[in-house]
Design a protein around this ligand. Structure first.
Ligand SMILES: Nc1ncnc2c1ncn2[C@@H]1O[C@H](COP(=O)(O)OP(=O)(O)OP(=O)(O)O)[C@@H](O)[C@H]1O
Length: 364
């Protein structure tokens, strides 16, 4: 069963949108440069704009079909929508804002408990305040809570993290992942910040000029030169799932392991006992420019991580080249054109990827 299936066409001035989206479950990211049509797409799905042509189907039910003159208003679509700027009711307290959508939920059908949600989003101390007394980040947390309390079949979020500081992102991102896994609410998240989006999901739709130019797993998409171009300005990043294997207090390091890879891989990170226990799973970011390539392993060097791999793709850009290296999972490495020429880095070549333990950033 498809959570969402839609094909929409819309024209606004010089801008035309013609987009097909289809997904079943999990979290899907929508990434694209400013003006690509991300917000317009969400508006069309949720019912804030009418398409010139097309359909929207949620859990196999047609919400919009221009050929059959079907048009369900937003309130019937069972879509939770978190606006870019939150958009709370200014005259209501946080509690009333949160509870606003719940009367629509049939008794006994509500899947998300108010108390549990308030606790997880840290809204307890805010319940009696009004939106104007809240910071941007607090408003956003309330907006996310309100959307979830309507027990939607689908949750759409437009730049949900833009006003949150790093600490709150770290709290909310794992919560959204948990919500998605626990309540099976599929989510469509729009962002122009790639590292943020990749902390949530690697399943992406890439939008440009009102069209879908790519759809699939981030690491497969970066292999396509045209898609790499769409993503390049937005902070290309490796986001790798790891598990805390052990903490070595004596040497001040934490060992992380990745068992999703086609071979077991261990890396070292500076000790991270403050946030993570043995067994915890997390996404770890590693910037392509923080990885060096060598043609052999280097003993007696302070760089703690050296992973052998094979170059599967070389992408040449003006003054910066990219190598996609299979080390068990795919790593995107950025190198200068001069290094590529000097080391004769070509597809199929065996290399070692070197990165300092400090280059591994714990996202969540
Ligand atoms: N009412 C309108 N009339 C004419 N053009 C419009 C109108 N609203 C939006 N547009 C144009 O539609 C295009 C898509 O806008 P949209 O807000 O969907 O993009 P976006 O990808 O969400 O961008 P951003 O990341 O900057 O929010 C833009 O070129 C915008 O100028």
């Amino acid at each position: 069963m498809h959570a969402l299936s839609a094909h929409l066409k819309s024209k606004k001035g010089n801008f035309s949108l013609d987009i097909e989206v289809d997904f079943i479950k999990g979290i899907t990211g929508i990434f694209g440069p400013s003006g690509a049509g991300k917000t317009t797409l969400l508006h069309l799905l949720v019912g804030l704009e009418r398409p010139d042509e097309g359909f929207v189907e949620i859990d196999e039910a047609r919400m919009v079909d221009t050929s059959k003159k079907i048009w369900e208003p937003a309130r019937n679509r069972k879509i939770g929508y978190v606006f870019q700027e939150g958009r709370l009711f200014p005259h209501m307290t946080v509690r009333k804002n949160l509870l606003f959508a719940t009367p629509y939920v049939l008794k006994g059908k509500q899947v998300i408990e108010f108390e549990e949600l308030v606790g997880l989003l840290e809204l307890n101390d805010l319940l009696d305040k009004r939106p104007k007394q809240l910071s941007g980040g607090e408003k956003q947390r309330v907006a996310i809570g309100r959307a979830l309390l309507s027990s939607p079949k689908l949750l759409l979020m437009d730049e949900p993290f833009s006003s949150l500081d790093v600490k709150l992102r770290r709290q909310i991102i794992p919560y959204l992942i948990k919500i998605n896994q626990k309540f099976k609410i599929p989510m469509l998240v729009v962002s122009h910040d790639l590292p943020d989006l990749l902390s949530l999901t690697r399943e992406l739709f890439l939008l440009k000029n009102g069209r879908v130019v790519g759809h699939g797993n981030y690491l497969d998409l970066v292999e396509e030169e045209s898609m790499l171009d769409v993503m390049r300005g937005a902070g290309l990043m490796n986001v790798i799932p790891f598990k805390v294997e052990s903490h070595d207090q004596k040497n001040g390091i934490t060992i992380l392991s990745n068992k999703d890879a086609h071979k077991e891989i261990r890396v070292e990170r500076e000790l991270i006992t403050d946030c993570c226990l043995v067994g915890d799973e997390m996404n770890v970011s590693l910037r392509p420019k923080d990885i060096a390539l060598t043609l052999e392993e280097i003993p007696n060097i302070s760089i703690r991580n050296q992973l052998p791999g094979t170059i599967i793709k070389v992408i040449q850009k003006e003054n910066r080249n990219y190598c996609l290296v299979d080390v068990g999972f795919k790593l995107l490495v950025s190198i200068t054109h001069a290094s590529q020429m000097k080391m004769n880095l070509t597809e199929g070549k065996k290399v070692w990827c070197l990165f300092k333990s400090m280059a591994l950033q714990i996202n969540i």
